[in-house]
Design a protein around this ligand. Structure first.
Ligand code: 4HQ
Length: 257
């Protein structure tokens, strides 16, 4: 997979792209990332990329011509899927990451200031994506979020152990709780089953705790048809049991004199 990034702050990407999983993926040639300075696509002496907004108002707007030249140069030869990072985009989620990971060539547009001239989106953007409903100062962090999530879907980037661990919870449920040494922290012991050596029991416990975490922290996930559809009869039974537990606990609290 090849990802090209267009930005006025290419230096933000260097440590991110050289470190850990992404650094290794690039060394192995599994992932190619090229970061381009948008200013290299300007044609004026000052290499300017912004101007005052038509209609007035505060802030500056990124001008269209450098963007259009940069995107066309990046897509030359190999046609790319062009993604603009912006709060106006569709929210990034696991399904979208997996879909984008099927693309061989991506170009990511990272804007700054108040945003980019609308005609860039109209002429050289295939899709607008947001990483969440909050306002950042630029599209660079969203691009890094996207690159990191995408890289994990590229075959060979994530080790077998990690991929197996995540796969068992690709059911759309939250992860189960993790523990490591020391055995007691602030008076809290590790759940006994995890040190029992009983692998079937450990598997059952993790499945239960994943269900419990989802029910307690993200009950909305348990209303999604694709998540409900993937639950086994046993998981549905356990879930029902936990819901009754929660309900009884609530009733006991209400009935207290
Ligand atoms: N931006 N998800 C770039 C974001 C954002 C987000 C704000 C993008 C500023 C210029 N991008 N503009 N949230 O907040 O993707």
């Amino acid at each position: 997979m090849r990802v090209q990034v267009l930005t006025i702050f290419p230096e933000l990407f260097e440590p991110f792209l050289s470190t850990s999983l992404i650094g290794k993926a690039r060394e192995k040639g599994l992932l190619e990332v090229r970061v381009h300075d948008l200013r290299d696509s300007t044609e004026d002496r000052h290499r300017s990329v912004d101007d005052e907004p038509y209609g007035g108002g505060g802030g500056m707007v990124m001008t269209a011509p450098p963007w259009i030249r940069a995107v066309r140069a990046a897509s030359e030869g190999r046609p790319a899927w062009r993604v603009l990072l912006s709060p106006q985009g569709a929210r990034l989620d696991d399904a979208k990451v997996r879909e984008l990971a099927t693309r061989e060539d991506l170009v990511l547009l990272c804007g700054r200031y108040e945003g980019i001239d609308e005609r860039v989106r109209q002429t050289v953007v295939d899709e607008e994506i947001s990483i969440g409903d909050y306002v950042l100062s630029g599209g660079e962090l969203p691009a890094m979020v996207l690159i990191e999530a995408l890289s994990r879907q590229v075959p060979g980037v994530v080790g077998l152990a990690d991929s197996v661990a995540n796969d068992s919870f690709r059911s759309g449920l939250l992860d189960y709780p993790h523990y490591t040494r020391p055995p007691v922290v602030e008076g809290l012991a590790v759940p006994e089953v995890l040190t029992s050596g009983n692998h079937a029991a450990i598997l059952r416990w993790r499945e239960r705790e994943a269900l419990r975490a989802t029910l307690e922290k993200r009950p909305d996930l348990l209303e999604r048809p694709e998540v409900l559809g993937a639950l086994t009869r046993e998981q549905k039974r356990v879930l029902q049991e936990m819901r009754e537990e929660v309900k009884e606990k609530g009733e006991r609290l209400l009935a207290r004199p």
